[in-house]
Design a protein around this ligand. Structure first.
Ligand SMILES: Nc1nc2c(c(=O)[nH]1)N[C@H]1C(S)=C(S)[C@@H](COP(=O)(O)O)O[C@H]1N2
Ligand SMILES: [Mo]
Length: 358
């Protein structure tokens, strides 16, 4: 389906929601056929010939651009960016307590790819954006049946985030035309923010004083306290999720793998959102007191940081744990039980896999 690899874990066929197995995320760059898909409604198939992008609201010169104008009027940028869904690793929260109606994402609701597009900041400046302390809202045509009253997907980011220069309006993924399922012909890519702000099938950008009132900004993708009833929560309740929380995942060895005793290479990704960097990753066998400091690959802004460590494993049932530290000195919380919330967002507890060592 949608040109994805056959071993995708499909959480829902229609709308299509799928993630690769964790071991498929062992590389710095995620191939397009391996990149997770998170949809809240059917994939709108837009005709690039009639598609238009409108830019209006608090601007001097509202714009209406066709795809050729987007591509010809603005400089192209090719950037590696990691996207990560706020529901990544929700399965760890579901193991604590049920979360009705939400997909049990493992650690594969994330991926890192090459995106090519134009800079959102350039487009906003061309429209003569007024003010820097408001919000930039994104609109799309895919109507979701998730809200009580069906509504197209949308969201917003702060104007200063939008103008930072690294937010892309992307028309290509891994050097090929953006596939329909990933938002063709044009989508937003916000490095270091939850994936929900990277609105696909973008048709309108509105500069406004307040955050988007779209369901997926005002109601969903907000962190409620554990005792809250999400059906009773009003718009604006809870913490509006924006920057990705520091987290990590083990992508090798595979959970449940069997191996011989001795040195084993453990590897994975770690990711810190906008404004923070991954500075250290610790790995150990559960039961050991001491941690091994992982080797970190290059630190690329907006991109997950790859890490590996070699652990000496004895025979038996072995649990491996990993945790990351960021540039503020913060470390991931140990236990998913402390993070449980009614919509199952932001499980950034320590990563764990269980192995059988002979
Ligand atoms: N129009 C639209 N944009 C959207 C969504 C959507 O359902 N509709 N899902 C969002 C969410 S929650 C995530 S995590 C990312 C996923 O991007 P991907 O499917 O390209 O991996 O897209 C975001 N943009
Ligand atoms: Mo998401």
């Amino acid at each position: 389906m949608w040109d994805k690899r056959p071993d995708m874990v499909v959480h829902e066929a229609d709308p299509y929601n799928a993630e690769p197995p964790p071991t498929a995320l062992g590389d710095l760059v995620t191939p397009t056929d391996t990149f997770y898909v998170r949809n809240h409604g059917p994939v709108p198939v837009l005709d690039p010939a009639t598609w238009r992008l409108r830019v209006d609201g608090d601007v001097d010169t509202p714009l209406e651009l066709d795809l050729a104008a987007v591509k010809s009027r603005f400089a192209h940028h090719r950037r590696q960016v990691t996207l990560q869904c706020a529901g990544n690793r929700r399965a760890g929260l579901l193991a604590v307590r049920d979360i009705p109606g939400e997909h049990p994402w493992g650690g594969g609701a994330t991926g890192s790819a090459w995106w090519t597009g134009v800079s959102l900041a350039d487009v906003l400046r061309a429209a003569g954006i007024r003010g820097t302390d408001g919000h930039v809202a994104f609109e799309a045509p895919d109507v979701s049946r998730v809200p009580p009253t069906p509504e197209p997907f949308g969201g917003s980011i702060e104007t200063d985030r939008a103008l930072a220069g690294d937010v892309l309006l992307a028309f290509a993924l891994n050097d090929e035309d953006l596939p329909p399922v990933h938002g063709a012909p044009l989508r937003v890519v916000v490095p270091g923010y939850i994936g929900a702000r990277s609105v696909k099938w973008l048709t309108r950008i509105v500069v406004q004083d307040e955050p988007s009132t779209n369901y997926f900004q005002a109601h969903a993708y907000r962190l409620l306290p554990p005792q809250a009833d999400p059906d009773e929560a009003g718009p604006g309740d809870g913490i509006s999720l924006a920057a990705v929380a520091l987290g990590c995942e083990i992508t090798a060895p595979d959970a449940g793998a069997q191996m011989a005793a001795g040195p084993v290479t453990v590897g994975g990704y770690a990711h810190a959102g906008t404004g923070r960097r991954v500075e250290r990753v610790d790995v150990r066998r559960f039961g050991d007191e001491a941690w091994t400091t992982a080797d970190l690959a290059e630190d690329l802004p907006g991109v997950w940081r790859r890490w590996t460590a070699i652990l000496e494993l004895p025979a038996g049932a072995v649990r491996i744990q990993a945790r990351a530290w960021d540039s503020t000195g913060a470390c991931q919380p140990a236990d998913a039980a402390d993070l449980w919330n009614p919509k199952g967002y932001v499980n950034h507890s320590w990563a764990e896999v269980d192995l059988t060592v002979r």
